[in-house]
Design a protein. Sequence first.
Length: 147
Amino acid sequence: MEAADIRFMQMAMQQAREAETLGEIPIGAVIVCQSLVIAKAHNQTEMLHDVTAHAEMLALTAAANFLGSKYLKDCDLYVTVEPCPMCAGALYWAQLRKVVYAAPDHKRGFSVLNKALMHPKTQVIGGVMEQEAKMLMTDFFRKKRKN
């Protein structure tokens, strides 16, 4: 695990905390290209009434707009929870260089269905700041169940 991976995951965690304050599931994403953050996003499914408004999807759109290209071959995604199959499909088509996630999603993560949902050239790394991400998710759903 590189120091840069931790630094960028901390930024993704900040995005997740912002999502939580808005009542969204606390998942955040950051896309980096050549050490420059080019996109930040968090879940907005409730606010936009859109089941596709996951942090990863919003970050992909922002990064593609920033670069003027649908392909993100020189980019890395940092996301606080393992991408779902929908997001993994979009990440496949974007052809990212690397996907780094904090916590696995044993119920809805892409690896539950098929690890090949990611592009074969994309390096996938899990577990960066895993405990912090798990705690954020656990606390969010615990509070949600109380209400």
